[in-house]
Design a protein around this ligand. Structure first.
Ligand SMILES: Cc1cc2nc3c(=O)[nH]c(=O)nc-3n(C[C@H](O)[C@H](O)[C@H](O)COP(=O)(O)OP(=O)(O)OC[C@H]3O[C@@H](n4cnc5c(N)ncnc54)[C@H](O)[C@@H]3O)c2cc1C
Length: 378
């Protein structure tokens, strides 16, 4: 970075950092993103399911931001395409919400009703949702075990988190954003954030944004600000179903917390552990492998022939109350935060980054940031 002064310094170059950077750079701000390349960043490991409307696991208090997120995605993709960035791995492939037992099958009509209610309330990305038999589900996802029934929804999508982040970065750079590699810290003067230091250099910034993922709490701590989040480790398996085109197979979810999704040409992704006591340790463990494989084979026995391609591990920025942390940082001027998305950051990240960027630009945020304020931690 030739200049030692920018309009905005962003600490963290994951999906959140680059989502905000793209908006801010497009609005003409001189943006510097600083990234420490920490091992185990969440965006590098994220599965890529975008299906909040068909989930029984999302925090209902956050339903509005999930709606805003699925509405924003296609608009953002069109903007990125206009900037020449189309390689995001995004595709609408639908989902199968599976019942593994007869008891779960009995609950499907109620869950279908929940999806339809959300759709009627305006939530996108659900599409046509209806019950299917186990055999019909297997026609859609050939590796499926013999299961009683499922809900097939046509609207859910998947995205490749790494490609999405890289597309946002490339587009932001086309609008002038810069990247510095190194571990940054915040510089203050009285109650004002005045910039950052990185690699021994101080960069004056009109505004500073914390997007440090699971490492964000440490950045808050420097200033005596409590951001109540911690790393939740996720281990996830990529296999290749050699010779099979899996690209149109739907996402598999259900009442259990594990899931499966696919990417072209033959990639199948089986996720994931949710480990709350891992600390910042991005290790693949024998127990993690066992858990992921056991859960995957229980619902998709046909995956046993798959060739192990890759294990990934990421540290989700997990807010203890399971809500993102967005907006200005209480007690500090010119300081903002966008983090805490836990297991939902690939779906929420783009709209969250854009919403906080709206605030920083002095515009009305595109969704209500109030429920996500860092002030809630006292
Ligand atoms: C296994 C797994 C599966 C997932 N599946 C899904 C899914 O299907 N759908 C979904 O919506 N979400 C999913 N997620 C969650 C999603 O990946 C995360 O919520 C999201 O990627 C978080 O992005 P982030 O930018 O906040 O954090 P990160 O991607 O972790 O990025 C934070 C960045 O900050 C940098 N940093 C930290 N401290 C500093 C510092 N002091 N200076 C400079 N840089 C710093 C780090 O190097 C890092 O690059 C999954 C996560 C995992 C691990």
């Amino acid at each position: 970075m030739a200049s030692s002064s920018v309009d905005v310094a962003i600490l963290g170059g994951g999906l959140l950092g680059w989502s905000a950077a793209y908006r801010l750079a497009k609005a003409g701000r001189r943006v510097l993103v600083i990234d420490a390349l920490e091992p185990g960043t969440a965006t590098n490991a994220g599965a890529g399911i975008i299906a909040p409307g068909t989930s029984v696991r999302i925090n209902e208090e956050s339903i509005d931001i999930f709606s805003a997120a699925v509405e924003y995605y296609p608009k953002l993709l069109a903007e990125l395409a206009a900037d020449g960035e189309t390689n995001t791995g995004y595709a609408t492939v639908g989902s199968l919400f599976i019942a593994r037992t007869d008891e779960e099958a009995d609950r499907l009509p109620e869950t279908l009703e929940l999806m339809r209610t959300r759709r009627a309330a305006g939530m996108g990305n659900i599409g046509d949702a209806h019950l299917v038999t186990g055999a019909e589900a297997k026609d859609l996802f050939p590796a499926l075990s013999d299961l009683p029934a499922a809900i097939h929804s046509t609207g859910p999508a998947r995205v490749n988190g790494r490609l999405m982040r890289d597309s946002l970065r490339a587009a932001a750079e086309k609008h002038g954003a810069k990247l510095a590699i190194g571990k940054g810290s915040i510089v203050t003067d009285d109650d004002v954030a005045t910039g950052v230091t990185v690699n021994g250099e101080t960069i004056v910034a009109g505004q500073t944004l914390i997007c440090g993922g699971a490492w964000s709490a440490a950045l808050g701590e420097q200033l005596g600000v409590f951001l109540d989040l911690y790393p939740q480790r996720g281990q996830i398996l990529h296999i290749d179903m050699v010779g099979q085109d899996t690209s149109a197979w739907p996402i598999l979810t259900g009442y259990h917390s594990h899931y499966i999704l696919t990417f072209p040409e033959s990639r199948v992704v089986c996720g994931a552990t949710r480990e709350h006591d891992s600390g910042f340790d991005p290790t693949f463990t024998a127990g993690g492998m066992h858990e992921v494989l056991t859960e995957a084979f229980a619902v998709a026995d046909g995956l046993r022939v798959g060739k192990v391609a890759e294990w990934r591990v990421g540290l989700r920025p997990f807010a203890r109350d399971e809500k993102p942390i967005l907006g200005d940082v209480p007690g500090w001027r010119n300081l903002f935060v966008a983090t805490g998305h836990g297991p939902s950051g690939l779906q929420l990240g783009p709209v969250s980054g854009a919403g906080v960027a709206d605030l920083m630009l002095g515009d009305r945020p595109r969704f209500d940031l109030a429920p996500f304020t860092a002030a809630r931690f006292g």
